[in-house]
Design a protein around this ligand. Structure first.
Ligand code: 26Q
Length: 835
């Protein structure tokens, strides 16, 4: 990589010594003007909010920059252990508001903007979401790095800088239509390109052996097609503590030799055009979609992330310690966010052996003491497998290493269980069959010293089910880390009114010690406090309606119960069960069964993977039901239904603050944890839910009286499955029969015959994996209880306060504290600078 010319010595202190930037309104106003006029070169004729936003963001960024450098110096000086969070997804959402809050600039910036004549709200809204993730797993990574910075832990995030993030969702004629999300189109002020840290990642080629002056045989990976990985750093500020950590995202770039060697030597234009092939690697985020399994580009992305990140860490190591890796495992830890980056296990082996001349045992000792793996799914079909054929073609050296890891691992298994052939086949990293496959989860388990699930139930089910053999072999590796959410974004920022009331009542300590929310519990019995609580919820509901006015397409009464299900569309999450309940409510209204009715607005939102036909059909059903219900005058003042298009992080910030009832209704044993459930709880919504994922722990914290429980347990689901008979549930329930009749009679698809047949069939199928019919009656009953409870607004407010007051456990500060205590074992490093 040709480098820019280097300075002979260090840069002059005249260049690098800066006094701290002022944090007062006047300082900020001056800098915003400066950036608008000088950095951006705009003038009085500029009407676009984008440039005002950028000027504001640059002024905030300046303040991050000095803290960022100081954090880096503090880590260097402490010579401390680091952890690295390797993730294919970081669903960051918007950055401006978060930076303002964490720098403590909220008030001075309001003042500054007022003096300039700008509206903060409008500028904040003009920032596009950084949608570099699908859903829960990606947002968890974002919440985690927020907490790491707040806890002043030396943790760096490593991910990919996708040119196109999560697709934008439009609804046309009730159907989902995807549109590419070119989120970088107008520039991205929060990133800092670091071309000087570019690394090279290899693909393809073949492996050859060679002998080096009589030494042992060595292996060489040759004739590779190389791609450059260019890092872009994004600052991750802690909460008012002077720490700014780094999220490093890799962009793929072509090498210069790439084209001229391989393509049409002599044809300049053609060879430059061929750069695309390399640059495709970081072009697009894959939607979480079973139909995308096995795609070569996805494997390229995964290896690109793992290799670039490991090389980056090793480069820093060698700069400080030379080729002495004896302390590497004591000073570094890699947390693998699901199996997506788990090729890192083999890649670290390769780098240590092939590039740094360690022997196998030394390399394995280091690797298996630095890798830790988090699992996020119980669905067996979601476990990653890659065809050996693809590996051989794309990563031949890595395949050899995986085979060697497997051979040594299997000999350990057979030493422990002699003659147990079945066990060997079950545990092998290579699945045999018509096509051999690499089982990435097993590679991750074998290569890691820690394996964790993301909620108590999920971790237990992993140990008893999916990973049982491995748990039997290495019980000490397995642990649970119940997920959380950052209270900065998900309470302090997204719900300023509630945050102010909480701070006024119990002080401001809760923002960094969320367990303090329990001090609110006694106020649940104070009618004056309940009234203020209710008024804030009501204002947040109006804010939600105002925000989503254009998209809702219906008039909604803010006094109605806001019953919300927003999350990725998936059959196991059972949005379908929710629609069936809506149909039931509609049926009750139509037949006049509406005494003591609780007016309700049912809000849906969520994206379906583009290739997931059934999930898309359920979106269509929701929209068709909404259309019938909302246009029927009989439902006036009683029931509204709406599907909010393009659900994303910034939408959730408005939605969770305005929700009354949180729908967490997955088939028990299928949702690993859920994190939306926590956002709703923290903002004072009550949950209607099954005993699944973190719902169980939510209910434990808030108490059974303040949670609407229904449905089979995970155990009951599995014992019923072999003789599951949906018809018996339908026949037994008059309500259910009527709902199925409405669905099957074409009431919601009068001019679109047959479009919901597949949905009705799935409900009636004894092989329905999600067993929707089994939970229908219980769900309807729980919904009745919720509706009745909502009628008593005093009692409801009490429960709402208790939900918030007991949500302390679900802060990622607690989660990260546990990751650090049990897995990473890092020392916090205080920042050197001003807060
Ligand atoms: C796999 C192969 C090819 C392309 C994409 C993927 C892929 C991408 C994303 C597979 C899975 C995901 C995301 C999974 C996810 O978000 N899981 C959720 O993780 C949350 C955080 O732990 C949990 O709360 C949820 O329960 C879990 O569903």
């Amino acid at each position: 990589m040709p480098m820019r010319p280097l300075l002979k010595g260090k840069p002059s202190p005249w260049l690098t010594d800066l006094p701290p930037l002022g944090m007062e309104a006047e300082d900020l106003a001056r800098d915003i003007r400066h950036h608008f006029n000088c950095t951006l070169g705009r003038d009085k004729h500029c009407k676009s909010a984008h440039y005002s936003y950028t000027a504001l963001a640059l002024a905030v960024r300046d303040r991050l920059m000095e803290r960022w450098k100081n954090t880096h110096y503090a880590y260097e000086e402490a010579d401390c252990k680091h952890a690295y969070y390797l993730s294919m997804e970081f669903l960051m959402g918007r950055a401006l508001g978060n930076a303002m809050l964490n720098l403590g600039l909220d008030n001075p910036l309001h003042k500054a903007l007022h003096s300039i004549g700008l509206e903060l709200e409008e500028l904040v809204e003009s920032e596009p979401d950084a949608g570099l993730g699908n859903g829960g797993l990606g947002r968890l990574a974002a919440c985690f790095i927020d907490s790491c910075a707040t806890l002043q832990l030396p943790v760096m995030g490593y991910g990919l800088r996708y040119e196109y993030g999560m697709f934008r969702q439009n609804i046309e004629d009730g159907y989902q239509v995807e549109e590419p999300d070119h989120w970088l189109r107008n520039g991205h002020v929060w990133e800092l390109e670091r071309p000087e840290l570019t690394v090279r990642v290899r693909f393809g080629g073949r492996v050859e052996t060679y002998e080096e002056h009589d030494r042992r045989k060595n292996l060489r990976w040759v004739e590779t097609h190389d791609v450059l990985a260019v890092p872009y750093d994004i600052p991750v500020p802690g909460y008012q503590n002077g720490t700014v950590n780094t999220l490093r995202l890799w962009k793929a770039a072509a090498t210069d030799e790439f084209d001229l060697d391989e393509f049409n030597a002599g044809d300049y234009a053609e060879s430059v055009a061929a750069k695309n092939v390399a640059e495709h690697i970081s072009m697009v985020l894959y939607p979480n979609d079973a139909s995308e399994n096995g795609k070569e580009l996805r494997l390229r992305q995964q290896y690109f992330l793992a290799s670039a990140s490991l090389q980056d860490v090793i480069r820093k190591w060698v700069a400080n310690h030379g080729e002495d890796f004896s302390q590497f495992a004591e000073k570094n830890c890699f947390q693998l966010n699901d199996t997506h980056p788990s090729i890192a296990v083999a890649e670290l082996m390769r780098l240590l052996i092939d590039e740094h001349e360690l022997n196998w045992d030394q390399a394995w000792s280091i690797t298996s003491r630095t890798m830790a793996y988090t699992n996020h799914t119980l669905l067996p079909e979601a476990l990653e497998r890659w065809p050996v054929r693809l590996f051989r073609q794309l990563l031949p050296r890595l395949l050899e290493i995986i085979f060697e890891i497997n051979a040594r691992f299997l000999s350990e298994v057979s030493a422990r269980w002699p003659g147990d052939i079945d066990r060997l086949a079950r545990m092998s990293l290579i699945e045999e069959g018509w096509e051999q496959q690499v089982r990435m989860a097993y590679l991750a388990i074998v290569g890691s010293f820690s394996v964790n699930g993301v909620a108590e139930l999920h971790s237990n089910l992993l140990m008893q089910g999916l990973f049982r053999d491995f748990y039997e072999m290495w019980p000490h590796k397995f642990n649970n880390k119940t997920n959380g959410i950052t209270p900065r974004r998900w309470l302090a920022w997204c719900n300023p009114k509630l945050a102010a009331l909480i701070t006024e009542t119990i002080g401001e300590g809760w923002v960094t010690d969320l367990s303090q929310l329990n001090k609110l519990a006694p106020y649940a019995d104070d009618p004056a406090f309940r009234k203020r609580w209710r008024e804030i919820k009501r204002a947040n509901k109006e804010r939600l309606l105002e925000h989503k006015k254009a998209e809702l397409g219906v008039e909604v009464d803010p006094d109605a119960m806001f019953d919300v299900q927003v999350k990725r569309m998936h059959e196991y999450k059972r949005q379908l069960l929710n629609v069936l309940h809506v149909i039931h409510l509609y049926d009750r209204i139509k037949r006049g069964d509406k005494a003591d009715w609780t007016p309700r607005c049912v809000l849906f939102g969520g994206k379906a993977a583009p290739g997931y036909v059934m999930a898309k059909r359920i979106i269509k059903l929701i929209n068709n039901v909404a259309n019938v219900v909302n246009h029927d005058p009989a439902t006036d003042g009683l029931l509204k239904v709406t599907f909010m298009p393009n659900y994303r992080v910034s939408a959730m910030e408005v939605i969770c603050a305005g929700a009354d009832l949180s729908e967490q209704i997955s088939t028990a044993g299928k949702e690993a944890s859920g994190t939306g459930n926590m956002k709703f709880m923290m903002n004072g919504a009550l949950t209607i839910g099954t005993l699944d994922g973190a719902n169980i722990e939510i209910r434990q914290e808030v108490g059974a009286d303040n949670f609407f429980l229904f449905g089979l347990t995970a155990e009951e689901v599995e014992s019923m499955r072999p003789h599951y008979d949906p018809e018996s549930f339908i026949n037994r329930s008059e309500d259910f029969r009527r709902v199925m009749h409405l669905l099957e009679s074409g009431h919601f698809n009068q001019f679109e015959p047959g479009i919901f047949d597949s949905i009705a069939q799935s409900i009636r199928s004894p092989h329905d994996p999600w067993m929707t019919a089994a939970d229908f009656d219980g769900y309807v009953q729980a919904q009745r209880a919720a509706a009745a409870a909502y009628k008593d607004q005093e009692a409801w407010s009490r429960m709402s306060i208790l939900n918030c007051a007991t949500s302390g456990k679900f802060s990622t500060d607690r989660t990260i504290g546990e990751y650090n205590r049990d897995i990473w074992k890092l020392q916090p490093v205080p920042s050197l600078s001003v807060k």
